[in-house]
Design a protein around this ligand. Sequence first.
Ligand code: PMP
Length: 365
Amino acid sequence: MTFNKTLDAIKTYEAGKPIELVVREFGIAPEDVVKLASNENPFGCSPAVQEAVAAILPKMALYPDDSMYALKGALAERFGVGSREIIIGAGSDQVIEFAIHAKAGSRSKILMNSVTFAMYEIYARHVGASVVRTASREHDFDEFYALYLEHRPSIIFICTPNNPTGDAVDAEALTAFLEKIDADTLVVVDGAYMEYTRYKDSAKAVEPSELIGRFPNVLYLGTFSKAYGLGGMRVGYGIAAEPIIEALYKLRPPFNITTLSLEAAAVALGDEAFVQRSIEHNFDQMKRYEAFAQEYGLETIDSYTNFITLCFEPPRSSTDVAEGLLRRGVIVRDLSGYGLNAIRVTIGKPEENDRFFALAAELLD
Ligand code: PMP
């Protein structure tokens, strides 16, 4: 059978390996597998969320509230924006998809960082758009601006903090860059891990209300999959001026979020103490990874997220290290597919990190 030609240019996204796969392939008991590959919150979500979700199970026969009144209201209050400036997606992934379909076509160009979240390119390929990338590993606004002038892209993606590297841009530098971009270029600022950045360095914290108040061409993205511990619920959001949100809404299928997910996300927003504890723990434990890297002479990238990138020098290869860890039951992300000789490790619970250090030390010694 033949398919849409645009699919020929698409490499299927490879998600972090699930625990079940390691159990099946390597015969390791599920309780011995440590997953540090998908940047989930190792403490799960707020207990209040679990209670609330259990309480609404009887409502499963009914379609969800398609206006998403409660969740949008909670997000509007949190961020100081209007409900009409918000769209909810099945993960922020879905909002990325809407944004690209709304703005780009086969003659469009989409500008992004050399190394960044893989789904931008995949959705760009859906519509046959071409992708322009910077050369530098970390977001360099001079380079972005030069490429913007050269290519006049329809969309620019700024991922801050960036996945899979963990670095974040300065909020002022971002604003200065946005001031130079014309109003018809959509700039997507992906803040999937912004809760971590806000905690670590206020100079790198990007506030959606300030952005969209000043720039009618900016779409800010956030998610409940990371700090809020709801990856399995698939809830993300976009915040932008109303004309952008109205355009994205034309692409949204009805009832794109389940009743349980809507409830979970709204309740999760109400338990800020849980999120703060998770974030404090994250940066405490990250110090252990930095010390480990120093001990083994590995370069790390200063991380503003819940993961850390450890870089290797040849002849040591990140693929071998990731494979070796996997065979011993620790799942991390090999970044060779991104052109980096590095692994990305999600910061886990102390005992999970202990396992990583013990096995990684065995492999590196
Ligand atoms: N943006 C970035 C930078 C991410 O790392 C991810 C998840 N890996 C997403 C968006 C999508 O997250 P979700 O669809 O779970 O909201």
